[in-house]
Ligand binder design. Structure first.
Ligand code: MN
Length: 244
């Protein structure tokens, strides 16, 4: 696979895409400088009704998750940055990449709340009501071919992704990323709100929130059932456009 086929400056693009109402920016994005929202950060409205992912993801979970959990992270991120005007021109991805050079007092806030902001912003985009943006369907284009070549089939990818997501101890995220250096798809996971979305050498294709708040109201402790249901609302058209 030609590494040039991957999106340039993927993290910039991913952020813009994850927070923008449309993914049209993907094809229009320029490599530099980093574009995207800066302080004060805000939670973008969902592109669909909170109940539109039912029965797979219930409305109460979506309202709480988007309107409270994600919102709390953004509030906390903004609070941490409030007295740091020198950082107000940076995107959240830039902040995450520069985290270790930031004032010590805000490093944890940037890691946890900044990570939460990009993770959740992407998560809302990669899910769609069944019948829209490929949800309930299959990947297409080069992504479909890569999945078949590297995992054997979509079902095998899903099994492997779910197994990887089940291995996340406690709270975290499961990802499917396109690794530029290796030129292939890879399953990864992160603890807490650590994110793959700020990386510059890989493009996040899928991300699934496996914190209990993402599923506990409807699935209680049954993460496996949540994961199985989650595939029904994966926006394959969005994923396919991210793998070019
Ligand atoms: Mn969450």
């Amino acid at each position: 696979m030609n590494r040039r086929t991957f999106l340039a400056q993927t993290s910039t693009v991913a952020l813009a895409a994850s927070l923008a109402p449309s993914f049209s920016q993907l094809s229009a994005a320029t490599p530099t400088p980093a574009a995207g929202p800066t302080y004060p950060f805000a939670v973008a409205p969902l592109a669909y009704d909170a109940a539109a992912l039912e029965p797979h993801i219930d409305a109460a979970t979506m309202r709480l998750h988007h309107g409270k959990h994600h919102a709390a992270a953004v509030t906390a991120l903004n609070a941490a940055l409030k007295d740091q005007p020198a950082l107000h021109g940076l995107t959240v991805e830039q902040l995450l990449r520069q985290r270790e050079t930031l004032p010590a007092a805000i490093q944890s806030a940037v890691r946890n709340h900044g990570g939460s902001h990009v993770n959740h912003g992407f998560f809302w985009q990669i899910m769609r009501p069944v019948g829209t943006e490929g949800a309930g369907g299959k990947p297409g284009g080069k992504l479909a071919a890569a999945i078949d070549a590297e995992f054997g089939s979509l079902a095998k990818l899903q099994d492997a992704f779910n197994a990887n997501a089940l291995k996340v101890f406690g709270s975290g995220w499961a990802f499917l990323v396109a690794d530029q250096a290796a030129g292939k798809l890879r399953l990864t996971s992160t603890p807490n709100q650590d994110t793959e979305l700020a990386a510059t050498d890989r493009t996040v294709i899928l991300a699934c929130d496996v914190w209990e708040h993402a599923y506990y109201l409807n699935y209680q402790n049954r993460r496996a059932d949540y994961l199985k249901a989650w595939w029904n609302v994966v926006a394959w058209n969005v994923a396919t456009r991210r793998y070019v």
